[in-house]
Design a protein around this ligand. Structure first.
Ligand SMILES: *Cc1c(COP(=O)(O)O)cnc(C)c1O
Length: 391
């Protein structure tokens, strides 16, 4: 198989189906017309079948990004929906029924916890949170009614690594569907399906879109789960807009070059932070100081631009002195765009099994595409304001 950089430049494009124009056209469609009664009966898809028959069911624009993602993940098929969270709901809801039990990693993206605690629970589906360090011990949590295991690695904000091969081997004996949120690594740096995972979800909002302007989610499935996920999607009406599909497809073209830059800049900043007195510890899986570094080296092909660090206990006044006046880093949710972000988190509000025990303030940093030295200078001035305000 050709290298990712090569594939990214060509996947999903069919120029000679479209006047030689390289990029897939943006089809805005609700109604799709049929030329005859025979065409109508031929082209009306069954639930779960992919055909151009009605806007909600997809167009060549959405098919292009779905096929590209499926190829990159090594999947039987993929589906685009309106957000990363919608992709996660689709993956979970399509596989769970009332009475089921699901195991969900404690360090999951916080809105997934809300989905579990406020939506799935109302449907009689019980979610139990597990420690990301669980490894083969996951087997001790599996019950007769356990139907799904949901993983995200590294963990949201705190970057704990799951020993995926150990978990998957332990789950071999059970009939459970496994779901993995691969937003941090993207298929370039981690390939969940190669580890036997059934369904990969990804917020295309982040690195695949890459320009802080699009909301979209992707779900990639293996042979075992593809039909059931697609069928559920058709039944409930999830879909993605053509403009967003186009933007994500366009973003994917530059994913390899952008990720290399995000990776190198984040590593330069992380190493610099490790030498600072203001910092208690840096939490970055690619640093040897990370507790999961061996797992990272074994399973991942690279690191992206998002990591965290903990600074000494600080009151809000001093924290504001630092963060309110950054010249390059912005404070905001989401990440994966060209812009650098820095935001404090009270993460233990979203943990029930594996809390963070640091005595300090957790800051999450996204390294954008700016120059690394300029970003470091911005942080250095921020620390000077922090220290001055503490006196
Ligand atoms: C942002 C994010 C999501 C949700 O994506 P949206 O497009 O914002 O709904 C899911 N998982 C992870 C890890 C994320 O960072």
């Amino acid at each position: 198989m050709k290298k990712d950089a090569t594939r990214l430049a060509h996947l999903g494009n069919h120029p000679f189906d479209n006047h030689g124009i390289i990029n897939p056209p943006v089809y805005h469609a609700s109604t799709v017309a049929f030329s005859s009664v025979a065409a109508l009966s031929n082209r009306m898809p069954d639930v779960g079948e992919r055909k151009v028959a009605y806007g909600r069911l997809g167009t060549p624009t959405t098919f292009a990004v779905e096929d590209t993602f499926a190829e990159l993940e090594g999947a039987a098929g993929a589906m685009a929906v309106s957000s990363g969270l919608a992709a996660i709901s689709l993956a979970m809801m399509s596989q769970l029924v009332p009475g089921d039990h699901a195991l969900v990693v404690d360090t999951v993206y916080a809105p997934v916890r809300r989905l579990c605690d406020h939506v799935l629970s109302r449907l009689g589906i019980e979610c139990e949170y597990f420690d990301p360090a669980i490894g083969a011990e996951i087997a001790t949590l599996v019950r007769d009614n356990t139907a799904l295991v949901y993983m995200e690695s590294p963990g949201s904000h705190t970057f704990e690594l799951i020993d995926v091969p150990a978990v998957m081997t332990a789950l071999d004996a059970y009939d459970v569907v496994t779901v993995f949120d691969n937003t941090w690594a993207t298929p370039l740096y981690f390939r969940p399906l190669d580890h036997g995972i059934d369904i990969v979800v990804e917020a295309a909002t982040k690195y695949l879109g890459g320009h802080s302007d699009v909301m979209m989610g992707l779900v990639a499935c293996n042979e075992r789960t593809h039909a059931s996920v697609r069928r559920y999607r058709d039944l409930v009406g999830y879909c993605a807009s053509p403009d967003d599909a186009y933007l994500v497809q366009r973003g994917i073209r530059t994913l390899d070059v952008r990720l290399s830059r995000h990776r190198e800049t984040a590593l330069a900043i992380a190493r610099w932070l490790e030498g600072r007195d203001e910092v208690i510890r840096v939490i970055h899986p690619a640093l040897p100081s990370h507790p999961g570094h061996d797992i990272f080296k074994r399973d991942f092909a690279g690191s992206s631009g998002l990591f965290s660090f903990v600074i000494h206990p600080t009151d809000e006044h001093a924290l504001s002195a630092m963060l309110d006046h950054m010249s390059l880093f912005l404070m905001g949710f989401s990440w994966g765009g060209y812009d650098s972000l820095l935001i404090p988190y009270d993460i233990n509000r979203f943990r029930s099994v594996a809390p963070l025990n640091d005595d300090g303030v957790l800051l999450r940093l996204h390294a954008g595409l700016e120059d690394a030295q300029d970003l470091i200078a911005d942080l250095e001035q921020g620390f000077e304001r922090l220290v001055a305000a503490k006196r």
